[in-house]
Design a protein around this ligand. Structure first.
Ligand code: FAD
Length: 309
């Protein structure tokens, strides 16, 4: 079985940054990535909030981070982690990481497996991701300056993001399938005061249409059973987000929603196991916060190794 000081689960910005800091601290480490290095970054066509770079595609930034990691000798292994064994919790001895390929042994682990946005099941929902469909108003609002957009969802995230979009877009239509929002009253009151936000309740988006990019959506009213068409250039989906944590042992404490609980130094409840990026219980999920977590987690893993081995 191959042995490492540190195994990083996930090759998104959190995992890649962790690998960079880990190698610079002299750790023998590997990244285990089940899909393509870059993570969710790869899903975005343009990134405008990475410091020092005006604009860069998600693919380009992923490749740059990957190349930088490789230049430090980071080993990137294509494998899906199936189980992180917790048997050695008390002794702090090396952990076993079981994957779709072989098993690995590590003295410390950083879980940087990220998250995914839940989507809606309708015509065009898969086709237009990055071409009008977005899961992040903070990231993508700027692409819809003075254009009409729709927000799908009824929780706090949906309403907050609608407020953010209303500053940039010509108008925002919030579509929610129930007869009232789940969001708290403060968010609802703020929304009601915004003159360029419109609300459509009891309705579902049934189709997202366009040629190259989103041009319009079909909205089905669950009460009247009628379908109407709304011209929009952007559709922002906020119907929930979930972390990839199915391989973790019960000893890792999980917060509501499935996110990993950490302390300020990114320790999980399992000694020697850290969490970084979108997978953890946090208030902001962005490339920069994931990268910052990755750096911190690697340095904390280094300190853990120094004091335990
Ligand atoms: C469409 C879209 C656009 C976005 N635009 C922006 C933007 O413009 N600016 C910005 O700052 N943020 C943006 N974000 C958010 C940003 O991409 C994320 O916050 C960031 O990628 C999180 O990084 P991460 O490393 O924590 O996780 P992720 O990027 O999710 O990476 C996690 C990695 O772990 C891998 N993995 C998961 N489970 C396993 C397993 N069991 N075994 C092995 N590997 C596993 C995944 O395949 C993935 O590659 C966007 C997100 C989306 C979806």
């Amino acid at each position: 079985m191959k042995r490492y000081d540190l195994i990083i689960i996930g090759g998104g910005p959190a995992g890649l940054t962790a690998s960079l800091y880990g190698r610079r601290a002299g750790l023998n480490l590997a990244i285990l990535e089940k899909a393509v290095v870059g993570g969710q970054m790869r899903l975005t066509s343009e990134i405008e909030n990475w410091p020092g770079v005006d604009r860069i595609s998600g693919e380009q930034l992923s490749e740059k981070m990957k190349a930088q990691a490789l230049s430090y000798g980071v080993e990137i292994i294509e494998a899906e982690v199936k189980e992180l064994a917790a048997e050695d919790q008390a002794s702090g001895a090396p952990r076993i990481i079981k994957t779709s390929g072989q098993d690995y042994q590590a003295k410390s682990v950083i879980v940087a497996s990220g998250a995914y946005h839940k989507t809606i099941d309708c015509l065009g929902a898969k086709d237009f991701v990055g071409r009008g469909i977005s899961f992040c108003a903070l990231c993508d609002a700027g692409f819809f300056k003075n254009e009409p957009v729709a927000v799908v969802g009824g929780g706090n995230a949906a309403l907050e993001q609608a407020m953010h979009l209303a500053k940039v877009a010509s108008n925002v239509t919030v579509i929610h399938r129930r007869d009232k929002f789940r969001a708290d009253k403060v968010a609802q009151d703020r929304l009601a005061k915004q003159s360029n936000i419109f609300v459509i309740l009891n309705s579902e988006v049934r189709a997202i249409r366009g040629s190259e990019e989103v041009e319009k959506i079909d909205i089905y009213n669950l009460k009247t059973k009628l379908t109407s068409t709304l011209p929009v250039n952007g559709v922002f989906l906020f119907v929930g987000q979930a972390p990839y944590v199915n391989f973790l042992p019960d000893a890792v404490k999980i917060a509501p929603g499935g996110w990993i609980e950490t302390d300020r130094r990114l320790n999980t409840s399992l000694p020697g196991v850290f969490a970084a990026g979108d997978v953890r219980h946090t208030s902001v999920r962005q490339i920069i916060t994931a990268a910052a977590d990755g750096g911190l987690a690697a340095l904390e893993a280094y300190k853990y190794l120094e004091s335990h081995f």
